[in-house]
Structures are given as C-alpha cells and as structure tokens.
Design a protein around this ligand. Structure first.
Ligand code: ATP
Ligand code: MG
Length: 418
C-alpha cells in the first residue's frame, strides 16, 4: 500500500522553503520593530477553548474543527486559529500584570476540515499578532499598519484594505433586533445554518457563504449605519489615523468576519488574484474575549494572515521572494590527501560562519566538477597536491568565470567579503 500525504496537507519542499523563510523572517522583523514579541502556543487545546473562544455559531466550530478524544478521554482539538490559544496563554500566565499593551506575535500552523481549493487547505499557516490592554483606536490603526509595512517590505504593492465597525454589545443589541425584523418574514428562503443563526447570532447570516448572493442578505441593514456614539467616534478616529499615515482603505459594511468574538474594528486585506479565496489577512478588535475565557475584562485586537494565500498573491504579482539557500563554495578534490585537507578546511570555514561543501559520494574529479557546475553554489575551488604545497588556491566565481588566487589562510576573510 502506497501511503500519500493527507488531503489538504502539503509538503513544503527544499525548492520553495526559502520563500517561507523570507516571509517568516520579514514578519518577525516587522513585529519586533513595533515592540511585539513572539509566542509559541500548543498545537492542540481543550475543545472547550475553541467552542467558547471562536464561538459555537461559527463555521469553524460547527464544521471545520479537527476534534478527537485522546487516550485519557479528553476532548482535544487541533487549533483552527491562533487567537484563542494566545488569549488562554495570556490569562494562564498572568500576563495581565505586565506593562500594557501586551504585544505578542505568532507563526503557526492551523487545521480546518475544509474542502480543498486553491488557497484553502486543511493544514495551513498563519502569521498573526495580538495586542491586549488598549482600547484604541490608535492601536487599531497601528496594527493595520503592521500588515502594510510587512507587505511593502516583501514588495507586495497591490492589495486593498477593507475596514468596518461591527459595534459593541450595546449597539449590537438594537442592531440584532433590526436584523431579525428584516429576516423574519424571509426565514424559509435561507439555508438551515442561517435559520439557526437567526436566533443565536443574526449578524452571522450576513457572512453566510451559501446565501451570500440573495437579495435579502444584500439588502440587510448594516451595523455601520447603526453604531452607538462611542463606537462611531472610535471608527472615525481609526479612519483619521489611517489617513494620517496615508494608508488607503475602503469602508466595507459587509465585513463581519467569520469568528464570533469581534467588536468594533474589523478589517481584511483582500486581493483580486487568489480566485474566491481573496482574503489574505483578517483581523479585528475583540474586547469581550479575554473576559469570556475567564480573564479580567481586557480589550484586545489582532489579525491573522494566511501564509499560503500571501505567497500565492506575491507570486501572482511577480514579487521577488529570494532564492534557494546555497552554501558559498564547493571544493573539488584532486587526491585523497586533498580530501582530508578539505575536510579540515571546511570545518574551519564553518566555524567562521561560511557555508561550504565537498564531495561526499566518492566522485571522480570530473564528476565533482559537473556537480559543482549544476549545484548553483556560487564559488568553486579545485584543491590538489600543487595547491597544498603552495598554500594558495584559485577561487572561481561560477557566474562570470573569473578566478582569484587566494592564500588558504585568507580564504575565510575573502569569502566573507563576497
Ligand atoms: P475564509 O472566509 O476564506 O474561509 P476565514 O474568515 O475563515 O477565511 P480567518 O479565520 O479569518 O479566515 O483566518 C485568517 C486567514 O487565514 C484568512 O484570511 C486566510 O488567509 C487564512 N485561512 C483561513 N482558512 C484557511 C485555509 N483553510 N487554508 C489556507 N488559509 C486559510
Ligand atoms: Mg473559513
């Protein structure tokens, strides 16, 4: 029986890993510039965490979670996203006593049982961050700018930012009543999920993938038109901050976000390229979440970016994502005594931080030359008895064919400069 990778999972092979590494390093650098520190959370958690933290009216919890019973009879779930785990950790580790805002970022895999499509997998990767303690809107704008700086540093220019406000529990109450009035006469035209959402969380209906094209959804009242005064002011100040940084955006009253815990600011970075999976990054404010998971009432805001979708978009836009990792120099040996000398030389060069390779397959001279030519390693040097006697080697630049004579003891300095 041939065993293959599971549906919706993928190997990230050496030929493409450099793109992931470049994106990951850039994201970490940008987060550090803003004062965020990395957190690593477990891959699996108590199922209750996601039921409460993501919300049991969401598609994620209702249909997409990898939930199983472990050998100890516990209900375990592979994390479908990062926020709930970070919030649990924030509470459990007493981070509320740290200076505010507490700023954390992460680079994780996440798991959702979904139909495979381009940009939609069952195991996927997210870059994200969370910030606790500040009500904003300054920090809301700052967090949006993190994504912008990341995109710009990666060289991604064409992407649109959509923002919206979905209010607070106060204005949501009145709005939910409006929504119910709107949908009540048409309940029988909606899907079964939407009929369930109607009682428990009518705003979710607007986010329904099945009913999305129906007029009754398109014409539904929007929260943004029914904000209370503090929420409206919060949103106005957010827009002012974004204007102040010259970050372009469109107000998109249709953004509700898939997860239950959002309040006020919600945003998405959207592309036209990735087919229907156009949302590369989504985020928002979740002022009720920490409390609902057992912490003291604490405002919070964050985002998560789909790394697969980001890379698809970057490639579609022709962004330079770097090149495969290569060592710097390959040594071709002309004799057994040279092989020994090369081993020692390689070891010393690596101690000095220089990547190098020698033949490990017992190849003859010609085959070593051929390997060096094909390998993509930028420099090559042949070492034989003459070189060992004179202590000088010719370092060849593979790109232009130029050779430079270098004393073996100067080799590290020479290569470091390259
Ligand atoms: P969608 O509406 O596309 O299903 P979502 O609202 O479920 O997205 P979030 O929970 O906000 O997505 O996750 C944040 C980001 O993670 C998304 O914007 C997307 O880029 C990425 N993402 C979500 N689900 C997947 C998946 N199954 N495969 C790859 N990336 C994903
Ligand atoms: Mg989804």
């Amino acid at each position: 029986m041939k065993i293959t990778a599971q549906k919706g999972t993928r190997d990230i092979l050496p030929g493409e890993i450099y793109k992931w590494q470049k994106a990951g390093r850039t994201f970490a650098d940008v987060c550090h510039m803003y004062g965020y520190e990395e957190i690593r959370i477990p891959t699996f958690e108590d199922t209750n965490l996601f039921q409460r933290g993501v919300g049991d009216t969401t598609d994620v919890v209702q249909k997409e979670m990898y939930t199983f019973e472990d050998k100890g009879g516990r209900s375990i779930t592979l994390r479908p996203e990062g926020t709930a785990g970070v919030v649990r950790s924030y509470i459990e580790n007493g981070m509320a006593s740290l200076p505010m805002p507490v700023r954390l970022f992460y680079d994780i895999t996440a798991f959702r049982y979904e139909k495979m499509q381009k940009g939609r997998y069952r195991e996927f990767h997210q870059f994200g961050l969370e910030s606790f303690g500040s009500e904003g809107p300054e920090i809301d704008a700052e967090i949006i700018s993190v994504v912008n700086v990341f995109f710009k540093r990666m060289g991604l220019n064409k992407i649109s930012l959509h923002i919206n406000s979905i209010g607070c529990p106060e204005c949501r109450k009145a709005y939910n009543e409006l929504l119910k009035e709107h949908f009540r006469p048409h309940l029988d035209t909606l899907c079964e999920d939407c009929r369930n959402r109607f009682e428990r969380n009518p705003m979710r209906i607007i986010d329904c993938k099945v009913d999305a094209e129906k007029d009754i959804i398109k014409n539904a009242p929007r929260q943004i038109d029914h904000l209370c005064d503090p929420c409206r002011e919060h949103f106005e100040l957010l827009k002012k901050r974004l204007d102040n940084m010259s970050i372009p955006y469109v107000v998109d009253p249709n953004i509700v976000r898939g997860l239950d815990y959002y309040t006020r600011t919600v945003f998405e970075f959207v592309s036209e390229n990735v087919g229907t999976q156009g949302t590369i990054c989504g985020g928002g404010r979740y002022d009720g979440l920490v409390e609902s998971l057992g912490g003291a009432p604490t405002p919070g805001i964050g985002f998560a970016m789909g790394v697969e979708r980001f890379l698809l978009e970057a490639e579609a836009q022709g962004v330079d994502l770097g090149s495969p990792n290569k060592v710097k120099i390959f040594f071709v040996s002309m004799s057994d005594s040279a092989r020994d000398k090369i081993s020692k030389l390689c070891y010393e060069l690596r101690l000095a931080g220089i990547g190098c390779e020698q033949d490990l397959m017992g190849r003859a001279f010609r085959a070593q030359m051929k390997y060096a030519g094909k390998s993509g390693i930028p420099y090559m040097a042949v070492i034989g008895d003459d070189e060992l006697a004179s202590g000088e080697i010719k370092v060849k630049c593979m790109e232009d064919g130029n050779e430079t004579t270098v004393k073996i003891e100067d080799l590290a300095a020479f290569l470091l400069e390259k």
